[in-house]
Design a protein around this ligand. Structure first.
Ligand SMILES: O=P(O)(O)O[C@@H]1[C@@H](OP(=O)(O)O)[C@H](OP(=O)(O)O)[C@H](O)[C@H](OP(=O)(O)O)[C@H]1OP(=O)(O)O
Ligand SMILES: Nc1ncnc2c1ncn2[C@@H]1O[C@H](COP(=O)(O)OP(=O)(O)O)[C@@H](O)[C@H]1O
Ligand SMILES: [Mg+2]
Ligand SMILES: [Mg+2]
Length: 365
């Protein structure tokens, strides 16, 4: 009907746990009220047989899913896939994950950022090799090299001395443990949107304490433990979230934008700690694809805004492509038309990727 706004359909493919936490009625209803329908993709059926979808939102792993997405993309070149599986894959390895941080250039006079010193260990022999240890000093955190979302990939060991190395199972990343006052900052990114929140982390380890600690301590997803579990435990007693100041918002936003552009990802968060030795030095220790947005205040609005941005971008692309075909009908030769269509795709795809001024409604595609 004339004047009726076109609706936009987003198919989502998520593991059951993620679907439960993310696809809440409040999100579905808000998105619907703004013209976006969220539709579950049936994982028992092939993706190309479902839809039509203007966009596919996903957090699934494995070769079969990658093939399905590639198939879908070739049959639906105008649909947006959030995000590209190749771009996500970089986050499945804790070395490639943080490499991108070292390549970022951000101008800031008063704060600095980087990553903790780290080495990768592929076998048991290298673990005890003195040469490998020249760079690092205890305590260190041993993290599984693979970060594929499995429970195993979150199992960390805080190692206090050489004795603690015996129980480790390579391939692992050994990362210097940096005292940070027991508070971690989680910076959530959804397209253009950036929000930083505080969470409890591991307490500092003093030089004194280090001498008396035995071997190692295993832990997993400390920032996700329910609050009562932490407050019952004397180990977590010293931490005080309320008294901790957030990092400067503009600094976190600049890092988030730089990461988004470099990684070509729209949906991620990164964990940041502030080195207590220098109150203005920030270290990025982890980057997660499609994190737990539902824990973020106002997540429904943030995500719906993001969906609408994709919708606006697609509409803009459609309008520009229509202009191209009108030029064709007006007699412009075929070669020029091809250039026109290429230009449109380049313009829309690169929105927000340019080094110059950031355009509104930019999505990394
Ligand atoms: O489930 P949630 O809400 O705790 O979210 C997890 C994230 O928590 P966060 O939002 O950072 O507090 C979590 O972040 P952390 O690893 O705790 O820094 C991961 O992103 C996790 O995904 P995966 O297991 O690595 O694939 C996320 O798990 P999935 O929901 O994607 O399984
Ligand atoms: N280099 C580090 N120094 C101090 N604490 C760290 C460091 N790396 C990780 N941590 C602590 O360990 C937790 C888990 O590590 P992280 O790399 O974020 O793994 P995961 O992917 O399981 O969240 C962090 O939330 C933080 O509390
Ligand atoms: Mg983390
Ligand atoms: Mg992680």
């Amino acid at each position: 009907m004339a004047g009726e706004k076109r609706r936009f359909t987003i198919g989502y493919a998520l593991l059951p746990k993620k679907e439960n936490s993310f696809i809440r009625e409040s999100l579905v209803n808000l998105a619907k009220s703004r013209g976006v329908d969220l539709v579950k993709i049936d994982r028992e059926r092939s993706l190309v047989d479902q839809g039509p979808f203007d966009c596919v939102l996903h957090k699934l792993y494995g070769e079969d899913w990658k093939i399905q997405l590639a198939d879908f993309r070739s049959r639906n070149p105008n649909a947006v896939i959030v995000d590209s599986p190749d771009a996500i894959e970089r986050l499945h390895n804790r070395i490639s994950m943080l490499q991108v941080v070292s390549e970022l250039k951000i101008e800031n006079q008063s704060e600095t950022f980087g990553i903790p010193k780290q080495i990768v260990i592929y076998d048991q022999e290298t673990l005890f090799d003195n040469q490998a240890w020249e760079l690092l000093k205890f305590p260190v955190i041993a993290k599984p090299l693979v970060a594929d979302g499995s429970a195993k990939s979150h199992k960390m060991t805080l190692v206090f001395n050489r004795d603690g190395l015996n129980k480790l199972k390579p391939p692992i990343v050994l990362q210097e443990f940096v005292n940070h006052g027991g508070v971690i900052f989680k910076v959530y990114v959804a397209g253009e949107y950036v929000q930083c929140v505080k969470r409890k982390s591991l307490p500092d380890v003093s030089e004194e304490k280090l001498k008396s600690l035995e071997g190692s301590l295993r832990f997993s997803q400390v920032s996700n433990l329910p609050t009562h579990e932490k407050s019952d435990d004397t180990y977590y007693k010293m931490m005080n979230l309320e008294d901790t100041e957030l990092p400067p918002q503009i600094f976190m936003t600049d890092i988030a934008k730089g990461l988004r552009k470099a990684m070509k990802l729209n949906l991620f968060n990164f964990d940041v700690i502030r080195d207590t030795r220098f109150g203005n030095r920030y270290l990025i220790i982890d980057i997660n694809y499609f994190p737990g947005y539902a824990k973020m205040p106002g997540y429904e609005t943030v995500l719906t805004d993001f969906f609408c941005d994709i919708m606006i971008l697609k509409e803009r692309e459609k309008g520009l492509l229509e202009e191209c075909s009108q030029k064709k009908m007006a007699g412009t030769d075929g070669r020029q038309l091809l250039n026109c269509e290429e230009e449109v795709r380049k313009t829309v795809t690169n929105s927000g990727c340019s080094d110059g001024e950031e355009k509104e409604n930019s999505i990394q595609v």
